[in-house]
Design a protein around this ligand. Structure first.
Ligand SMILES: Cc1ncc(COP(=O)(O)O)c(C=O)c1O
Length: 388
């Protein structure tokens, strides 16, 4: 029997603590970036072992700043994965650069290092590995390719909280690459909208100025007691700063990161056990030697065993009150990119094939074990009903 209420794909896991923390900010006299934002940045540095951190109003903003700091512009190429959110590619277009896609490894769904090498040119300025579903890419290999050619690496770590690479034994965010996290509403920890940049102090300091109009002094530094109204603008920057209300939410979410991850793993465990042996789909295999934040529970349908396609599978789950999502329609199949670069679906065959049969099941620390059992029952019911 279908569950009585709709289970959304990734509800946030908020407690009374978050509500109190945001209310405290609302009762004070400073709402924009200020002491809470600073606390969020400092705590984040401690959690991931980052050298420096800058809170932003989105991960997209940070990716854009990454392109600017590495001077990507017309005539420059940026290599990334076709299996990512459009933001990763859009920021390259924003600065006038060209997107170069390197196909994924169909087993890990991560960018394939050998494809990166094939796509290198003397115009390559930046490589943007995407830690898809929270699984770190092979960073030692990617960093080595980049270092020998003087290419920068900007890590899209939107899905990584907490994420660790055990290849190097280091948490994502602790490297010398600019690394961008997302705290969007569906992410493992959330501030509603928000992001964090980590990286070396000098680059992050430069980003800090770009993130606030290019001003030499932020608003808290101007308006707080002892602050000065004076500022200069060294370059025209953007308005990418985080509010103290969002940061207050982030500080509490960060303090709960291990508790939230443990609950997420409980849900993953239920799925793994229920779906270990079935002929209808393959869950994403975990890469050896790395630790994932398990942001998404992605399955790839075995369409040969089903009488329906992926889209109808999603509709059937929705009729059983189970929300799902798809991560992602590959970048090269999005109209703008297909037209601009002349890409066909087969231009990146691995991403295309996977993109047609994949969906993400509900996964959130707010889910109960009963919710997870409802998902299992609905998925099994759809498979049984539409078996070929
Ligand atoms: C892989 C990836 N990169 C970038 C982003 C952009 O993050 P934000 O919404 O915080 O700008 C997302 C968001 O969903 C994402 O999934």
């Amino acid at each position: 029997m279908a569950r009585a209420t709709f289970l959304s794909f990734s509800p946030p896991c908020l407690s009374e603590q978050e509500i109190v923390a945001v209310s405290e900010v609302l009762r004070k006299d400073w709402l924009s970036s200020g002491p809470k934002t600073k606390e969020f940045e400092q705590t984040f540095c401690q959690v991931v072992g980052a050298k420096s951190a800058l809170a932003l109003n989105s991960c997209t903003a940070g990716l854009h700043l990454g392109m600017i700091l590495h001077q990507v512009g017309p005539g420059c190429e940026v290599i990334t994965s076709p299996l990512t959110f459009c933001a990763t590619a859009n920021v390259v277009e924003h600065v006038g650069g060209s997107v170069v896609l390197a196909d994924i490894n169909p087993d890990t769904l991560l960018i394939d290092e050998s494809q990166i090498e094939k796509n290198l040119s003397n115009k390559t300025k930046v490589i943007v590995p995407v830690h898809y579903a929270g699984t770190p890419c092979n960073m030692p290999a990617i960093n080595a390719v980049a270092a020998t050619r003087g290419i920068a690496v900007v890590e899209d770590a939107a899905h990584c909280m907490p994420g660790k690479t055990t290849v190097a034994g280091e948490p994502v965010g602790s490297s010398d690459n600019l690394t961008l996290f997302s705290f969007y509403a569906t992410k493992n920890i959330t501030t509603g909208e928000g992001g964090m940049m980590t990286g070396p102090q000098a680059l992050v300091d430069e980003a800090r100025s770009f993130a606030l109009h290019g001003m030499t002094r932020n608003a808290w530094g101007r308006f707080a007691k002892g602050g000065s109204w004076k500022y200069d603008v060294l370059q025209p920057g953007y308005k990418y700063n985080l509010t103290d209300m969002a940061a207050a939410l982030g500080v509490v979410q960060l303090s709960r990161v291990n508790e939230l991850f443990a609950q997420r793993m409980k849900i993953v465990g239920i799925y793994e056990e229920a779906f270990a042996r079935n002929e209808y789909f393959v869950p994403l295999k975990q890469s050896a030697g790395v630790e994932s934040s398990r942001h998404l529970y992605v399955i790839q349908l075995n369409l040969e065993k089903l009488t329906i396609g992926r889209d109808e599978f999603i509709t059937q789950l929705s009729e059983r009150n189970i929300g799902t999502s798809v991560h992602y329609t590959p970048v090269h199949q999005l109209t703008y990119y297909a037209k601009k670069y002349g890409w066909t679906p087969e231009s990146f065959p691995n991403a295309y094939k996977v993109g047609q049969r994949m969906l993400s099941l509900p996964l959130s620390s707010a889910m109960s074990t009963d919710d997870a059992c409802d998902v299992v029952a609905a998925v099994k019911d759809v498979c049984a009903k539409f078996t070929r």
